[in-house]
Design a protein around this ligand. Sequence first.
Ligand code: NAD
Length: 348
Amino acid sequence: MKKVKWGVIGAGGIADRRTIPGMMLADNAELVAVMEINMELAEKIRAKYGCKYAYDNYQELIDNPEVEAIYIASPVFAHVEPAMAVAKAKKHLLCEKPIAMTVEQTKEIIEACKAAGVKYATGFMMRFGAYHMAIKKLIEEGKIGNVVSARAQLSGWFPESAKNWRQDKKLSGGGALVDMAVHCIDILEYMIGSETEEVAAFVDTRTFTYNVDDSANILIKLGNGAVGYVDAHFNVPDAAVKNRVEIYGTKGSVICEKTIGQIDEGNVEVYMSEDKGYDAQQDRTDSEAVKLDVEFGNMYTREIESFSNSILNDAEVAIPMEVGLHIQQVTDAAYRSAENKKIEKVLK
Ligand SMILES: NC(=O)c1ccc[n+]([C@@H]2O[C@H](COP(=O)([O-])OP(=O)(O)OC[C@H]3O[C@@H](n4cnc5c(N)ncnc54)[C@H](O)[C@@H]3O)[C@@H](O)[C@H]2O)c1
């Protein structure tokens, strides 16, 4: 099978923890080059995966004629410059979320990719979770009726650390909201099949002393009328978090535990009810949970295979960067809502 030759910028973080191991399992992708902030680290990662080239300079990786597609997984402040350089070099680009520090920067990257005629995607890999794909299909088939309400959660424990770019607004653009809530907003929109139009949010720093939010609690009103509640925290212990997703419709519900995360796993129960008219007894004894039949795999492998397939077959990209732009517009509205204490519209 033909393989897309990949280069990775910022290869030592999530790339090394998840995405490159996923890429190594992909049928249509081959890692050829990695870039890190120093040669020692770059060379260590190169050797670990047995790829050809290691760099401490992103432009050299981009200029390598063997590299066809580039995955940017550096901290958020270090996305824009390499992303623009990738587009200038007419190479395909998969960029981690959030794409950039501002909506305007993300628009510039998208325009540059369009002008270059390359494929461009956002790293919302949770869309490739086996349960999430199955739930999307179930909802599309109308199995739980019209979705009226939903909830998603992603939290963890991030105590103060002087070296952590996530805790410095100048380097991250924000905290729990842009780092974690974005996945929840995106996965709800994906499964329900509708985009957020309005937001009401409380976003603040309640526990730690850093200058980004450690708590994001937001209500999203989707275009189809459903309301979602998303909570993302840097101040809840990892072991205490169940990362639940709940989706309620006019004919049933989907309740998920631990499907939100980096491993394709979890437990999902689906409840479907026949319409028996109004039941004054509110009898809930007849609703038996249905288990969804899915095959677990690796969502990062699916992410890389999907984007590589788009490149090889000139096919539509599953999660184009416009999705990342939209989610950034939602988080902007959430910050405005928290500050203005008002419901805010998502501005295009
Ligand atoms: N989709 C996911 O599963 C997922 C998970 C975690 C993080 N992320 C995203 O990935 C990006 C990186 O997050 P992380 O958790 O890997 O951070 P990290 O700090 O763990 O790793 C970032 C890596 O980038 C390197 N780096 C730092 N400055 C750089 C620069 N100027 N140029 C190139 N490389 C540089 C660092 O040395 C480090 O190895 C962020 O955008 C984050 O939101 C995505």
